[in-house]
Ligand binder design. Sequence first.
Ligand code: PMP
Length: 378
Amino acid sequence: NRKLVMIPGPTPVVRTIQDQMARETVAFGDPKFVNDFKEVIADLREIWGTSGEVFVIAGSGSMSMEMAIANTLKAGDNLLIVSHGFFGDRFVGIAENKGINVDVMKAEWGKVFSAEDIETKLKEKHYHAITVTHVDTSTAAVAPIEEIGEMMKKFPDTIYIVDGVAATAGEREYVDKYNIDILFTASQKAFGVAPGLALLWASEKAMERRKSIGSIPEYYVDFDKWLPVMHDPSKYYATPAINLIWALQESIRIIKEEGIEARYEKHIDISKAMRAALIAMGFTILADEKNRATTLSCCLYPEGIDDLKFRTVLAEEGAQVAGGLGAYAGKMFRIGHMGNIDMLDMVGAISAIERTLYRMDIDVLGKGVEVLQRKLME
Ligand code: PMP
């Protein structure tokens, strides 16, 4: 039977994007491909509003994290990690491996720090950079990145790094307007492309920082090495992921067709409907009501539901979701509702959850689907 990929990334890949990956691969110097790559970079620059640089290279989200750190900090520098969960914590290992001094603000899972909380910490000592995870995929809580960006204007010597892996193209983000120095994501989340591409935006300030730190130990993720390629994709540094770049181009075409603002509004509507349906079926949402992400939800099980059984039966019923991470392993599941999902995906997933609960002796047949459809039809 078919399985809906409702984990929070990879997300469902629509047919027209899949078709791009099935195309016959050409040489990376092929003039048509070079032109397509140029277009992708120009569109990303324009839609996310940056006067800085855009990098698109083969790799996953974790590589983008490493790229952000490697190009803005050197051993001995101070980094403030604002962690809202599992993926915020991932920066600790990346930075410590490079000999960077790390301080971590750890939020209780489901809660996020305000701009004021972070400002207080930044006043204590000089930080060369801070990282904020826009949506931590372990909690589905969304950080106030616009307010934080505004506050960061008081700290012009600190680089503001935003992890947009579970947010970009689903949650509102404008690079220059929000005063972000580095924003990054990966292809498999709200762009709805298969995994394998890292996308990164770097402000002029970030590029100046890269210049000021001189040579860096990293070879593959060095801004300096990739910049000539991003300015002229007919140049070679390392082989581009040709078919994935075409797939990304198609994803961007879809985004342009619907309009980025409409896409953000769509994510808000979808997330509200999905959460209402999940609550109607008896689940509790982990994140505080005022900071729930539009891209995914973390759903705590009602009493007596075994996590592994739930997810196994759900997969049999046609939908795959992810388990909880950290202390929430076994206590909740995580469901993505981002990218290019449509009504059929949502109804399909919610009805599969209903059938799963039915098979686990909880009869809510029809309840989730009714709430979902009413919300979406209103
Ligand atoms: N940051 C966030 C917020 C994520 O959700 C993820 C992946 N789930 C990552 C970073 C790491 O990305 P990847 O798994 O593609 O390396």
